[in-house]
Structure formats: C-alpha cells, structure tokens
Design a protein around this ligand. Structure first.
Ligand SMILES: [Zn+2]
Length: 221
C-alpha cells in the first residue's frame, strides 16, 4: 500500500501517462486507456514520495484549534450557528467562528472572507509605519488572492499582499513588507535590490530563507 492517495484520470486522448503532485498526500495520474497506471505509480514511487515531502501540509480547518497572529496565539472556537460570523477578542486572545455549515470548503471560504478586513488593517498600519521610517512613497495597499505569493508591487508602486502573511512571526511579516517596499525603488531582483533590502532588514538572508521554506506552510486557506 502507498502512503499517498492516487487519483486516476483515464482518458482516450492521452498516450502514456502524466503525473501531477496535487498536495502533500495526493498524486494525480492521467493515463491513456491502455496504460498500466499501477505499474507507473510503483516505478515512480520514490520520485513521488520525494516530491510529496516538499509540498506544504494541508491543514484541516475543522480541526483548527489555534491560530498564531504575528506571534500571538489565539484559541479558535468553531461552532455551528444560524449566521456566519467571526469575532476576535483581543483581550481574551480568542477567535469565535460561527458558521452555517461545518464543511471544510465552507469554513475555509468563511474564514478567508472574514479575516481579510482585519488583516488589511494590520498590514496597512505596518506598511505605513515602515514606509515612513524609510521615506518611501506608497500607492494603494490591497489584499489579493495569491495562493503561493506573499506580496507583489505594481509598476506604479501599488502594493498587494496575501492576507495570510499575518500568520507569520513578526520579523518575517515585516520582511515581506520591506521586500515589496524595496520594489517601489527597484523593480527587479537585482543585486541592487538585495543591497537595498539588506539596509532595511539586517536579518534579510535568514528571513528570506525561512519564507521560502516555511512561509506557505503557515497558510490556512
Ligand atoms: Zn520580489
């Protein structure tokens, strides 16, 4: 038995086979009608397992019992209710989620939608603070749907962020913002860019390494 799930898509339009890693527990194989997909999976097992290990772990929202926001731990209570709501109690460090449905998909959508305004407020404050410190002029600041990216900067200096960067530790959160602020000055990732960023973040290399390795793993939706 494999330790991962195999999704088989048989199609007469495919000759041979194609593998795709879906998440850290699922591999998809598209195979022609006469392809022995079991044999392919068996032969490629080592390669598949190596790739699966590199994928971020999928978190079950249903089982979400705590959330760390900028290093502060919040207890999460999810209950079924007549309406959808999400309340954050700063003093008690608790988050109450009420949802009409408790399915994974529904809860993810709800949390995604309700957390955005709060995240935007935190991100905006931090962007403005850091921009003022480093005397950088910023355009608009928005939250954008970006599954794997943490942030982006338009040619006009408008910044977009993935709201879930608030789930990073404080210094990593700050690093993401400084990265995008630096792009207002230097568009590409040239040597000049990194020099500028290092001036603002003395722990730049380590922070960047952490983000590449751990960043996406902190995302919940
Ligand atoms: Zn960049």
């Amino acid at each position: 038995m494999e330790k991962f799930k195999v999704v088989v898509l048989k199609s007469e339009n495919i000759l041979g086979w194609r593998l795709k890693i879906v998440d850290n527990k699922t591999v998809e194989i598209r195979a022609g009608l006469f392809t022995d997909w079991r044999k392919v999976i068996k032969e490629k097992k080592d390669w598949i397992e190596k790739r699966l290990k590199k994928m971020p772990e999928i978190k079950k929202i249903n089982e979400l019992d705590k959330l760390v926001i900028l290093g502060e731990e919040y207890k999460v209570n999810i209950t079924m209710g007549k309406n959808d709501s999400l309340n954050i109690f700063e003093d008690k460090k608790e988050i109450y989620v009420r949802s009409k449905r408790l399915t994974e998909k529904y809860l993810k959508k709800l949390i995604d939608k309700k957390m955005r305004p709060m995240a935007l407020k935190i991100i905006r404050e931090e962007v403005n603070r850091l921009a003022a410190t480093h005397k950088i002029r910023v355009g608009s600041i928005k939250i954008k749907n970006q599954k794997t990216r943490f942030g982006s900067c338009s040619s006009r200096g408008n910044l977009n962020f993935n709201w879930q960067i608030i789930l990073f530790p404080n210094d990593k959160f700050e690093h993401v913002i400084l990265h995008e602020l630096t792009h207002i000055l230097v568009k590409n990732h040239s040597r000049g860019f990194w020099e500028k960023l290092k001036e603002m973040d003395s722990n730049c290399v380590q922070n960047n390494r952490w983000l590449k390795r751990e960043g996406a793993k902190k995302f919940i939706v």
